[in-house]
Write a protein that binds this ligand. Sequence first.
Ligand SMILES: [Zn+2]
Ligand SMILES: [Zn+2]
Length: 335
Amino acid sequence: MPDQPMMHAMQMDAPGVPLHRVERPLPAPGPGEIRLTVRACGVCRTDLHEYDGDIHGLLPIIPGHEVVGLVDALGEGITDLAVGQRVGVPWLGHACGTCRYCRSGRENLCDAPLFTGFTRDGGYASHMIADARFCFALPDGFDDVHAAPLLCAGLIGYRSYRLAGDAPVLGLYGFGAAAHILAQVAIWQGRKVFAFTREGDQAAQDFAREIGCAWAGPSSAAPPEPLDAAIIFAAVGELVPIALRAVRKGGRVVCAGIHMSDIPAFAYADLWEERQILSVANLTRADGIEFLALAAQAGIRTHAEALPLDQANVALDRLRRGAVEGAMVLIPQAS
Ligand SMILES: [Zn+2]
Ligand SMILES: [Zn+2]
């Protein structure tokens, strides 16, 4: 009997338990699905929230929702993709198409979604299965490693950026994978960007200035001028009242993450004068198509560091400590 073809992955069994390597028979794509050979998969803050038990998906799970892969097998009914084609798989892995949100162009709020690497297996793997309708074509100008961070940091960051509105002066709190991409978009569009980092994080402040931010400093500092809008990428609730006090009248504070520590009480005066607080949930496919085209047009350069897939635990630990410039990307090795 010939050897059965196998795949390998880094699997999460329970919160707080380090990921471990698993091997499985190579799955076959079902109707409407494709199988990918994973080329690169970004490590996102959300993966860390899963690991820390801040959010609860399916367990055990193969994490990873910034997946760049090559189509390896086509399920029944797939006519618009070909074997060998490069695609990206984002966080929104499936939406029902029939709920009130899907029917009104808000599939990001779908009542019955599947999320890649959270409620369906993701890209910390040599291979994965994806719903073909939720995969994106990727711009040619990005190699696999540099394309991966576009798929969540870029894409959900872009949804947050859009919700921030027409803000000529924009503050970004937390200067990691998402902020370093969105800062480039904003600067390319002629906006002034101020970067706020953890206290004493000189490296992140230097990085922000290198990218073209007009000012960089600690989150506790007042910006050189009031902000028209702020986006909070850090998972720190204390930043919400701080950002509210930094935006001018009518300004918006957008919370971009899936999880945040509790927001402390604050004076109504901080919200007064039509300041707004918004959260951003997930993405729509329209966001993805729009953002990926813009990323190519704006000549975005992602800063990404590649690590072998079996270093997934190291990557999560470094993300927790903030010891990353830009994004980290896992690369599966031949087994
Ligand atoms: Zn739906
Ligand atoms: Zn993510």
